[in-house]
Structures are given as structure tokens and as C-alpha cells.
Design a protein around this ligand. Sequence first.
Ligand code: LLP
Length: 430
Amino acid sequence: MRVSNNLSLDGCNLVNLALKYGTPLYVFSKGMIESRCREIKEQFLKRYDGSRAYYASKAFLTLAMCQIIEKEGLGLDVVSGGELHLALKASFPAERIVLHGNNKLRQEIEMAVESGVGRIVVDWEGEIDIIDEVSKIKGQKTPILLRVTPEVKAMTHKYIQTGHRGSKFGIPLERIPYVVKKTISLSNVELKGFHFHLGSQIDDYRTYLEAVDVITKLMSDLREGLGYTTEELDIGGGFGIGNGEGSLTKPISYFTDPAMERIKARCLTFGLPLPSVAIEPGRWITGEAGITLYTVGAIKEIPGSCTYVSVDGGMADNIRPALYGARYRAEVANKMGRDKDKIVTVAGRCCESGDILIEDLPVPGDIEPGDILAVFNTGAYSYSMASNYNMLPKPAVVFVDKGEDILVVERETYDDLLVKQRGIRSALRV
Ligand code: LLP
């Protein structure tokens, strides 16, 4: 979408937004987030009885985001006391929250039990005793799922594979019968079923089928061996998005329909009752809804090498290129429609040679300081992984909706960065 030769999103001119709020700036299309939620409702929740969908809030979480998820009727996956605290502050209904984490603190378990979260997904054996004990003290019975490591290796970056043998996540497959036996004997936890999460940015549905095969066999063994019937199965998140260039984002049904068919078929084969199925997409909901705006500063042409176009952000607001080699597409937002006759390397401003946002980006030949660079598909794991490295204040977050812009997170100030600091002498000149 374009207004004159400026880029726009949901009826808002992005160059004007950069001027109004400053850069770097995270801009999110509220409509796109909502339409992803609605697709999940239409194509998954309405089609499969008893199914549930939790938004994996680690992808992008703010009070406003939480309110959208609440309004759209989805659940929320949280992974720490901080995420839970935010959700509760946003008045998100606790019963629609699932708590994850491979090393939950006792204090986080207490918070979850006290607030009455819908499910706790247990990641190691000792956690069950803590949940049982805490629940007993509170006089409650807590519904739990066991996270199983299904020993399936997803084709994705090594750092975001989670379901393979040797992963730090989940309970090893062979331990499950023992853990189930123990769990069903406890009086303050209620074992609802199982969970697996294979990794992130997975673009082939067959990865899920491999895990479904493993888990349904396990369900069958547990029914035969222990008389335990699985009521719920959570197949995690990880549904990949396109890179905005060649590859397009697949509909949610590309992942969920084959998984549901396979679950049904396997349950039929093993004579198992069909469990209710849950999913936990994060990136798939917000990834494409977000654009980061930067202002171009230093431009360095290095003879025989490359041209660096430096922007006023980088790895502090988007660590993904440096950490996972993630690739992004970008446009010069105030010079749309021009020939792109120059290839540049977009560099961040952190004191790290690895702070390169984009390599080999075609841009108009007259790119100059002051231009606004819009980097697409940055809606997941950029704001949520942002840091204050080099004492850079975190950018503001703005939602756009049918021509309107709404500031949902203010830009940090230099003083914000010092709020928790104490000098060793009383008087500080700030
Ligand atoms: N469920 C569980 C238990 C998870 O651990 C995750 C992500 C999700 C759901 C959601 O995954 P998604 O649908 O967003 O792929 N920082 C990395 C991604 C780490 C994902 C961690 N867990 C990145 O920027 O690629």
C-alpha cells in the first residue's frame, strides 16, 4: 500500500509516523493481528470440538496486545512470572492462561496456582511435587499437562529446535510412564494430558505428524499399561511465516488440518478416545503484522567491499539477524517506487561487528541520511527480545488501525535506563 511515494500500513503513512514518534519505531497492524486470530477461530477452533488456541506471548507482549488476544477469545501462553503479571494486569482471564517454562521458580508456580491459571505445563519431574505441594497449601487441585520430548528434530535453526532427543525442554520419552504413574497418585494435581513443542519457524506440517505418531503411541501404551486415558493434547506452536520475499506464510489449516487428521486416524487405530487438541502459535499471529522503522544515518562506501547504510537501531531492537542469521526484507519508506540500483549492507549502531541487520539489500541509488528504512515482518521476537545494550533506550510501539495510530508503549528515556540504579555516593548528577 502506498500514499504518494511513501509507504503506508493500514491507512497510516509510515514516514509521518516516524516523524511523529521518532525512530526506531515498532509499528503493528492491529487489523492483521486480529485477522490472524480470526483465521484460527474459523479454521481451527470452530472446526474441531474442544480445541483451544493459546497465543505464545513471548513472541510479542504488551498490555494492548494482551487486550486484543482477550477480545478475540484466544488463550495466552506465558513462560515467566513477568509475562503472567502483565497478563493479570491486563485483566486477562487466568483460566485461559497456560504457564510454561523449563525451570519455573517456586514463586512463579505459587503465582500461577494462586491466580488460578488454566493449565501448568510440567517440564521436569521435580516440578510436579512443587505444584502438588503449593496446590495443597492453597487448598486447590491444579490441572497440568506433561511436556514430552518427542525426539523429533524440526528443520529450523539449531537454536530454535526444541523437540529433539537431548533437548533441554520436556521430559524424556522413556520417563513418561513412570512420571504418569506417580502423578496420578497425587491428590493436588490433575493430569489432563500431554504437550509437545517442536521448535519455531517450522514450515513443513510433516514435522508435526512425526510427533503425533510418537505421542499417540505413548498414549496407547499408557492406556494399556496404566489404564490412563489422555484427555488433552497440546501440539505447541512453531508455525512458520514467510520471509516477505519468495516464501509466503501458509494458512493455519496447512499445519492444523493434517495434524488433526493424523490424531484422529491414530486414535482410531489404537482405539483411543479423541483428546481435545490445543495449539500455541506466537510468530504466526504477530510476525507479519510488525514493521520496524529506522532513520538512515552514516553511509560508508568501502571501495572493493560494500556500502554500509547505518540505521539508528539494530541488534538492541532486533537481535534475530545476529543470533539466528534471520533475513529480512526492507524498503526505503520515503522513496517507494524508485529503481533500486544500489546494493547495500544495513548496519546497526551497536558496537559489535555482528550488528548487521540486512545484507545485500537493493535500495534506490540516492539513499541518503534522513531516509526512513522500513524493515518488514519484525512483529515477533524483536520487541520482546530487545535489550538496552550500549544504553540504548527501547523504541516505542505504535498500533495502526484504519488510518489511526495508537501509542501502546512509550519510547524509553535515558532516565528510564537509570531508574533501578544506585550510585555508590549519594549525589548523582543526573
Ligand atoms: N509454545 C512453546 C512451548 C514455545 O516454547 C514457543 C516458542 C511457542 C509455543 C511459540 O513458538 P512460535 O509459534 O512463536 O514459533 N526467539 C526465537 C524463537 C523462540 C521460540 C521459543 N518458544 C526467534 O526469534 O526465532
